[in-house]
Design a binder for this molecule. Structure first.
Ligand code: DLL
Length: 444
């Protein structure tokens, strides 16, 4: 562990610490951020009402829309002079959401990212190939500072330019790599194209996040690169990457850095807290953030929490893998479908490649779901010169895929097989869903 005194704290002591920090942060935002004062007043809450974690549920929620309305600096709890860094979301829907960091916030962020790297198998002295985007996105700089904090040699390669990345991996001999799972998978493809086997590189572990991915994707990444593939979660509104991390020992749920971020899972419809183990919307409250702490921030991400002790010795609560985002959930003819469930099916069949897109449209009044997926190179090679998408084997394969999807999703899905390398590769976060029913709806 990077900070065992925090990461394996006795849970009673941890709760005491959380309560103390919660009281302080509530007091600070009430006095320094007019938005929060107004929200608390409307809810009839004063800082004195919050005695500890047990009163958390009395506080009002904060939503992404609130951050947008307060653009750019309306939620800052410190003078701008104390803010040494700004990050922002991509802002595909109007204004981006802006977040600020004081010097201390940057230090805490580096700490949680260093914890994450150690939990993934990283050590001081390792070379870390950082393929998360650098810039307003938090992935690049977050892991960069974490790596430096740990004493690594960080290669700030950022996203894009696959062939250069392939060369650097061979020449700099990194032990660790980080990037979105979809991008790092596409790097393996570029390496194979260059005539090299990704399993022969110096890489031992990968730290993957920023988009939803499945257990099947983990297996694919681990087999393709011969590495441990570890899940890292975070969001800019809370800090960036490092909010939670899997441990290499268990690879079973992500430990939330609970000394900094207080988690809850709520029913997204009613807002009521849900018991341990139930899936719902993840909500976070900042415990240490100075520049712009968030109170009960609704992430839109779906997960469950578990307090069961972990074999790695970390005592911090674990969250499940993210099942999806509430706004990514497709409602197809009344049935809820998550892209991650489709990924599970696609990656479970070796005749198809792990590159896919879901296209949703309307046929009359009915929703229509189409899975476009590439055939694997091995499958195409196996069919030899007689290969065409009309080949009998392709027909049989679509039939089997359709049946499997129906079984897992509960809705009829059309399957369109595509030739290898015809679906666009991501440079960062993969675009998995194209919804043509409602063209104005975009993710923020
Ligand atoms: O994606 C921060 C990050 C960078 C996390 C690098 C991990 C690695 P945002 O751009 O604000 O921040 O997007 C946050 O991405 O609410 C989730 O929906 C999604 N997300 C992040 N990590 C995971 C993950 C960064 N491990 C949004 N699994 C979050 C699934 C993830 N979804």
């Amino acid at each position: 562990m990077f900070q065992p005194e925090w990461e394996s704290m006795d849970r009673k002591d941890l709760r005491r610490l959380q309560s103390e920090r919660l009281r302080k942060v509530v007091e600070r935002v009430y006095h320094r951020v007019p938005f929060y004062r107004q929200r608390f007043d409307e809810a009839g809450i004063t800082p004195e009402d919050i005695r500890g974690v047990e009163d958390l549920h009395r506080l009002p929620f904060t939503r992404k829309a609130d951050l947008r309305e307060q653009y750019p600096f309306g939620l800052f709890a410190v003078d701008l002079k104390q803010v040494i860094r700004i990050h922002a979301s991509s802002g595909t829907k109007g204004k981006p959401t802006v977040v600020g960091y004081t010097r201390k916030d940057i230090e805490h962020w580096a700490d949680v990212c260093a914890r994450a790297i150690v939990a993934s198998g990283g050590q001081p002295g390792d070379v870390l190939h950082n393929a998360y985007g650098y810039g307003l996105f938090t992935g690049g700089l977050g892991l960069h500072y974490g790596g430096e904090r740990l004493g690594m040699t960080v290669v700030p390669v950022s996203g894009g330019n696959r062939s250069r990345q392939v060369t650097l991996i061979q020449d700099f001999r990194p032990r660790g790599i980080c990037g979105t799972p979809s991008f790092v998978l596409s790097l393996a493809e570029a390496m194979i194209e260059a005539g090299k086997n990704p399993r022969d590189t110096s890489l031992k572990y990968g730290i993957f996040g920023a988009e939803a991915w499945s257990e099947e994707m983990r297996r694919t990444l681990e087999e393709t690169w011969d590495i441990d593939a570890i899940d890292i979660y975070g969001l800019s509104e809370v800090i960036g990457p490092g909010v939670s991390i899997e441990c290499r020992e268990a690879k079973d749920g992500l430990h939330i850095a609970e000394d900094h971020f207080l988690p809850e899972v709520i029913d997204p419809e009613t807002g009521e807290p849900l018991p341990e183990g139930e899936f719902g919307e993840l909500v976070f409250t900042s415990l240490t953030k100075e520049a712009n702490p968030v109170i009960r921030y609704r992430t839109g991400d779906i997960a469950a929490l578990y307090t069961e002790p972990c074999r790695c010795g970390r005592t911090h609560v674990r969250m499940s893998r993210i099942k999806g985002r509430i706004d990514d959930m497709l409602v197809i003819r009344g049935v809820n479908v998550f892209p991650s469930e489709v990924e599970q099916v696609v990656l479970g069949m070796e005749e198809v490649a792990p590159h896919y897109q879901l296209v949703v449209s309307k046929e009359g009044v009915m929703d229509k779901l189409v899975l476009e997926v590439e055939l694997s190179e091995t499958f195409v090679r196996h069919l030899g010169p007689s290969f065409s998408l009309e080949h009998e084997s392709c027909g049989k394969l679509s039939f089997r895929l359709r049946a499997k999807l129906k079984d897992v999703l509960g809705v009829t899905t059309e399957v369109v097989l595509r030739e290898p390398r015809t679906i666009p590769r991501s440079e960062g976060k993969a675009v998995r869903v194209i919804d043509r029913r409602n063209p104005v709806k975009m993710k923020g």
